[in-house]
Write a protein that binds this ligand. Structure first.
Ligand code: ADP
Length: 264
């Protein structure tokens, strides 16, 4: 086919338009890549515990285990199954953040009382590691989705306990600032090296995979926090010093505007 002489002519006024299309295509490609990577990670994370469960069960089924080893084997199967349950629950929470319906469930949520409840729910984990949690601040209202706010506060407080040292402490502050409601959680734990601080909000990202797994982590907790924050127009910041501790803050906007999150 002969090319039309005008095929390759680009008018100057078309340039911004073409650039915009190019940008849009690149964004679409990035989203597609993230989805692909997420599916690959999900398959891997699901397969690992399932492979050990079926392996242990098979050995027991074939009568290859001595009677005295059966409790140990059952315990491993139980632990791997628990891991799978937590993982599936976290995946469901993340996908729910993608649904439009979340926009309908807004209500005025009092964050101080909610945080107090969360701290008491976490008390078994605290006593296990002899960690003391101090809650201070004042009642403050946030217009949002109770379930998601609960998950956000729970995840950062749980991390402050999980990645703490035995006998360490956690300080939680909830209250109002000139810029709006704020929640601040500080711990005396292992800290997060600078180069990892931005990446901990990515799905399945863990600074130390075995350390996180040992503590029942899925690597999804902070991405739930991040997407919950986007949905509430909130900002999450990290301040951390390895070996000293970490402070995570969530700042909600004064004008409680809800935004539909684009969950990748
Ligand atoms: P996980 O399920 O592994 O805890 P998260 O998404 O909640 O996943 O956190 C991602 C990673 O960030 C963790 O694996 C851990 O390495 C690091 N991290 C999160 N919170 C803290 C904290 N308070 N102190 C130290 N490291 C933390």
């Amino acid at each position: 086919d002969l090319e039309h002489p005008l095929d390759n002519v680009i008018y100057p006024e078309m340039v911004p338009l073409l650039e915009a299309i190019d940008r849009q295509n690149k964004e679409k490609e990035a989203v597609a890549n993230m989805r692909k990577e997420f599916s690959a990670n999900v398959s891997h994370e699901l397969k690992t515990p399932l492979t050990s469960i079926s392996g242990y069960a098979e050995i027991m089924m074939n009568g290859l285990v001595r009677a005295e080893d059966i409790p140990g084997f059952s315990k491993r199967i139980y632990k791997e199954a628990r891991r799978l349950i937590t993982l599936v629950e976290d995946i469901i929470k993340l996908s729910k953040l993608d649904e439009e319906s979340v926009e309908l469930e807004k209500e005025d949520v009092e964050l101080y009382e909610l945080t107090r409840e969360i701290v008491s729910r976490l008390s078994p984990q605290c006593s296990e590691k002899k960690i003391s949690v101090a809650l201070s601040g004042e009642p403050v209202f946030c217009h949002g989705i109770r379930q998601i706010l609960d998950e956000m506060i729970y995840n950062i407080t749980e991390n402050a306990i999980k990645y703490n040292r035995d006998g360490g402490s956690v300080s939680v502050w909830v209250g109002n600032t000139l810029d709006g409601p704020k929640i601040s959680v500080s711990d005396t734990g292992i800290g997060i090296p600078e180069e990892h601080q931005e990446r901990i909000f990515e799905r399945f990202y863990r600074v130390d995979k075995s350390h996180s797994k040992e503590r029942g982590g899925t690597g999804l907790g902070l991405s739930i926090v991040k997407h919950g924050a986007i949905l509430h127009g909130a900002k999450v910041t990290v301040n951390s010093e390895p070996g000293k501790g970490t402070k995570i803050e969530i700042r909600f906007p004064k004008e409680e505007k809800m935004k539909k999150a684009e969950v990748l």
